[in-house]
Ligand binder design. Structure first.
Ligand code: NI
Length: 177
C-alpha cells in the first residue's frame, strides 16, 4: 500500500478525461487499495483516480461514519437520475473550499466491481452527491467549475494565498469528496 500524491486545483492534469479500464486486473486492484488508503488518510469520503494523476475510470468512496464501508466503482455510468438537491461540497483537490452545488437527488449507477463483475446501485443523499462529484473528476471537471466566474476567481486567489502544506480544517460537517 502506498499514499498517493493528490493533485491540487488548478493543476491542469485535473482536467484530463479518464479512459475506460479495459480489464480489471491486479494492477487496478492495487490502485484501488492505494486510493482507499490515500482517501482515508486525507481524510475524505471519496477519491477519483484523476486526483492522483492516474487517468483511468476508477473511483473509491466511503461515506460511512465507521469508515469501513469502502465502495469501488470501475467504469461507472449513470443510468438514471431523479430530482435535484443542493449540498455543500468540498474536495481533496481544492482544500479549505466549501460551496453548494446542485445535483441529482437520486441516481442509479452501473459499474464494475474489483472482480470485474458489473453491478447496479441506487443511491441518494451523501452517497449520490459523492458518486456524481467523483464521476465529474473522471470527466476532468472540478466542482468549483459549477460556480460563477467571480466565485471561481475568488477561490483561485484564496488557494494561492494558502500555505500549500496546510491541512483542510477539521471537524466541519461538510463532505470532502
Ligand atoms: Ni473532489
Amino acid at each position: 500500500m502506498a499514499l498517493l500524491h493528490i493533485l491540487r486545483y488548478p493543476d491542469e492534469r485535473l482536467h484530463t478525461v479518464a479512459s475506460l479500464v479495459p480489464q480489471v486486473d491486479d494492477k487496478i486492484r492495487q490502485l484501488i487499495k492505494d486510493m482507499a488508503e490515500t482517501m482515508y488518510a486525507a481524510p475524505g469520503v471519496g477519491l477519483a483516480a484523476t486526483q492522483v494523476d492516474v487517468h483511468k475510470r476508477v473511483i473509491v468512496i466511503d461515506v460511512s461514519e465507521t469508515r469501513d464501508q469502502l465502495k469501488a466503482f470501475i467504469n461507472p455510468e449513470l443510468v438514471a437520475t431523479n430530482g435535484e438537491s443542493d449540498f455543500e461540497e468540498g474536495c481533496l483537490s481544492v482544500p479549505g473550499i466549501f460551496e453548494k452545488v446542485r445535483r441529482a437527488e437520486r441516481i442509479t449507477v452501473r459499474a464494475l466491481d474489483t472482480e470485474g463483475k458489473p453491478f447496479t446501485l441506487q443511491a441518494d443523499g451523501l452517497l449520490a452527491v459523492c458518486i456524481q462529484h467523483e464521476m465529474d473528476h473522471l470527466e476532468g471537471k472540478v466542482f468549483v467549475e459549477y460556480l460563477s466566474r467571480l466565485k471561481q476567481q475568488r477561490i483561485l486567489k484564496k488557494l494561492k494565498k494558502q500555505d500549500q502544506r496546510a491541512p483542510a480544517p477539521e471537524g466541519a460537517r461538510r463532505a470532502v469528496l
